[in-house]
Ligand binder design. Structure first.
Ligand code: FAD
Length: 295
């Protein structure tokens, strides 16, 4: 038994050994994580960070793994997975949610509570924590417009609160470093009409189904939107729709997505990313930066 497992046992922190990243990621790619820990709350997360720091143990944090490409090799870090941080309270026009809850669950909660403001984000397959970190957005809405306050554990293991502009939200960007763990967020919405909210949500899902390859494993848009362009259009204009390396393929439905045809490896995806980046640069002089995180 490793020191981390003993520490988790002592502090009643759930953990799992030999977790396959194929089973936890939307891309269905990657190797095995020797140990994943599932803190229940900020106190657990704080204990873990202090323990990892003291013992020089590498760690990474993940929510629903919908924006992560896991490498094929055996991992040398402990994965902190936020699934169990799933508290949920509705207080008038605010939803106070643990970082591990899925955005879809929060959108449904908002609908049931007749709260408007999350409709366009419905269908993003991430957790609240991942959506805050990435400032996830769609169809003109983004997390920055509705996040009021966030509780997180800093890299020393102290529990802190950040409010409003101090989140420093930008395009797919927030103030948090990769050593910090988002544990809880307050989302502020507006009261709305149930039918209107439901109709908007239905429309948004229909738009996604029509334009995105939701029937195949992926991690969403691989690249950030370069200023003045759309990554998908540039890739399509290079004639790369349907182009494959191994089982990793540029989606024929949306060229901004790379899909896994079945047995794609992370090296297939990385190789394909390099080809896309160099062809787009050669043809248009535009540097595509990856949005997905490589673990
Ligand atoms: C089909 C599909 C469609 C998508 N559509 C969209 C879209 O429309 N708009 C959009 O913005 N994104 C989209 N995405 C990408 C993805 O869903 C979002 O980026 C989402 O916010 C990631 O959340 P997650 O919980 O899956 O994060 P993960 O993928 O688990 O992690 C992403 C990053 O956040 C960090 N992280 C996650 N949780 C925490 C936490 N609690 N504390 C600290 N760090 C954390 C991780 O370390 C990592 O760096 C799509 C993905 C797919 C597969």
């Amino acid at each position: 038994m490793t020191d981390t497992e003993m520490f988790c046992d002592k502090n009643s922190i759930p953990y799992q050994k030999n977790l396959s990243t194929k089973s936890i990621s939307t891309f269905k790619i990657g190797g095995v994580i020797p140990l994943a820990v599932f803190p229940l709350n900020a106190d657990h997360a704080a204990l873990l960070i202090r323990f990892f720091k003291t013992n020089n143990i590498k760690y990474k944090t993940a929510g629903n793994c919908s924006n992560i490409l896991f490498s094929d090799e055996k991992k040398d870090y402990v994965l902190i997975k936020t699934d169990n941080m799933n508290s949920l309270v509705v207080d008038k026009d605010r939803i106070i949610t643990g970082a591990g809850n899925l955005l879809s669950k929060i959108s449904s909660t908002a609908l049931k509570s007749h709260l408007s403001g999350m409709e366009n984000l419905y269908g993003i397959p991430g957790s609240v924590g991942g959506a805050v970190i990435m400032n996830a957005g769609a169809y003109g809405s983004e997390m920055s417009q509705i996040v009021e306050e966030t509780e997180y554990v800093d890299n020393k293991g102290d529990i802190r609160i950040v409010s409003g502009e101090a989140h420093c939200f930008g395009y797919r960007y927030s103030c948090f470093s990769d050593r910090e763990i988002v544990t809880k967020t307050i989302i502020k919405l507006n009261s709305g009409n149930y039918q209107d909210i439901r109709e908007k949500m239905t429309l948004v899902i229909a738009k996604r189904k029509a334009s995105q390859p939701l029937e195949m494993p992926s991690a969403g848009s691989v690249f950030m939107r370069p200023e003045g362009y759309f990554a998908g259009k540039l890739i399509e204009d290079c004639g790369l729709k349907g182009f494959s390396v191994g089982d990793a393929m540029v989606s024929t439905k949306h060229a901004g997505f790379i899909v896994n045809k079945g047995k794609a490896t992370s090296n297939d995806v990385k190789h394909l990313i390099n080809i896309i980046q160099s062809q787009v640069y050669d043809k248009f002089g535009v540097k595509l930066e990856t949005e997905i995180r490589i673990f």
